[in-house]
Design a protein around this ligand. Structure first.
Ligand SMILES: Cc1cc2nc3c(=O)[nH]c(=O)nc-3n(C[C@H](O)[C@H](O)[C@H](O)COP(=O)(O)OP(=O)(O)OC[C@H]3O[C@@H](n4cnc5c(N)ncnc54)[C@H](O)[C@@H]3O)c2cc1C
Ligand code: SF4
Length: 326
């Protein structure tokens, strides 16, 4: 690890100012410190944000929830309101990492954790995300865990978060504060697809700190998070489905779905949801939705299996959700 400066921020504006001047935010450190040890990231300065007053989960005036960016993954998963009214989020969080990691990992850090592409972590390998213009070793290499949707010829990395997938299905918004003031944006608008600049992963500007995530009121219907992975614990998703589905009189009346393990960001395609509305739950209905989801899917050899796996996982998630919602 290379030498670096360290400062602890007292206020969000102090943190934002230091980051705008070149420092990198340090939250739980469970991803950033690994990347620094491997010299994948080599910040000259860190600004520790963990003492900022962003540790609360509060009800909003709109009957939703405001989750401070420093709420740990453990505290959020076990929060009484989250368990009772947003179980898809609780389950997604509990399916990720380990208890020790979840005790340190924060809401903001989880959203901005970096990809698990093996070549990104190997400084001897070509990687456009780590080192723009060097190529992409994954394209012809070990790409089992990488993307089949939303990728580009320059990068096929996936976003590894489980929490973000559930939040995307719930319609979460992200609140930020930067040197030029604050803003609120849809979680889906936080991330950028790789295109020819996979090194630029979000729309955040220099010094822009995530301060909170806002959830709308709990949606009607059954909720679930289905995660398919190589091991039963301590493994990232190959495919995951976060879903909230309502059924009335034998017809699907609403469906919110987001997907992990398939794309460079937590993936949501509203056409998939629209295709389900008004339909009776059946294998044909679920397969028609999967056809829309996977219409543009493209494998790269090792990860070809994800396309049929995504279909089966969506079918399973929808069947379970519709049975519980009926
Ligand atoms: C062995 C292992 C297994 C794991 N398994 C899973 C899994 O199955 N599923 C899963 O979802 N995750 C998994 N994780 C990832 C883990 O969830 C993340 O490392 C963690 O959520 C990151 O949060 P953090 O607070 O530690 O972030 P940090 O490591 O502190 O920061 C991560 C990045 O976010 C930036 N950042 C942090 N907070 C903010 C903020 N408020 N505003 C702006 N930028 C910010 C940092 O500058 C850094 O670039 C695993 C991690 C490990 C090490
Ligand atoms: S897929 Fe992306 S992160 Fe992985 S080697 Fe290629 S450019 Fe790098």
């Amino acid at each position: 690890m290379r030498p670096f400066d360290y400062a602890r921020a007292d206020t969000t504006s102090d943190a934002a100012t230091r980051a705008a001047a070149g420092a990198t935010f340090l939250a739980g450190g469970t991803n950033l410190l690994d990347l620094m040890k491997l010299e994948v990231m080599a910040p000259e300065a860190l600004v520790d944000v963990t003492r900022l007053d962003l540790h609360e989960v509060e009800a909003t005036d709109e009957s939703g929830l405001r989750i401070g960016a420093l709420v740990t993954n453990s505290d959020l998963a076990n929060h009484a309101t989250v368990r009772a009214h947003y179980p898809v989020l609780s389950r997604a969080l509990l399916s990720g990492a380990t208890v020790q990691l979840r005790n340190k990992a924060t809401t903001g850090g989880n959203l901005l954790q970096r990809t698990r592409c093996p070549y990104f972590y190997d400084t001897a390998a070509a990687c456009n995300k780590r080192d723009p213009g060097t190529g992409c070793a994954a394209m012809e290499g070990r790409n089992r865990i990488l993307a089949v949707l939303g990728a580009s010829d320059h990068c096929i990395a996936t976003h590894p978060s489980d929490m973000a997938v559930a939040m995307r299905a719930l319609g979460a918004r992200v609140v930020t504060e930067g040197p030029d003031g604050g803003r609120e944006l849809d979680l889906g608008d936080l991330y950028r697809l790789p295109g020819d600049t996979p090194n630029i992963e979000t729309v955040l500007s220099d010094g822009e700190l995530i301060t909170a995530v806002i959830l709308p009121p709990p949606p009607a219907g059954a909720q679930s998070y289905v995660k398919v992975r190589d091991r039963a614990s301590y493994a990232f998703a190959l495919v995951s489905v976060a879903g909230v589905v309502a059924v009335e009189d034998g017809r699907i009346t609403s469906a919110n779905l987001a997907f992990g393990g398939l794309a460079p960001m937590p993936w949501r395609n509203e056409a998939v949801e629209t295709a389900l509305i008004g339909k009776a739950p059946s294998t044909e209905t679920f397969d028609a939705a999967a056809d829309i989801l996977l219409a543009d899917a493209k494998g790269h050899g090792d990860n070809d299996f994800k396309i049929p796996l995504a279909r089966r996982t969506l079918r399973r998630a929808l069947r379970e959700l519709c049975e519980r919602a009926a």
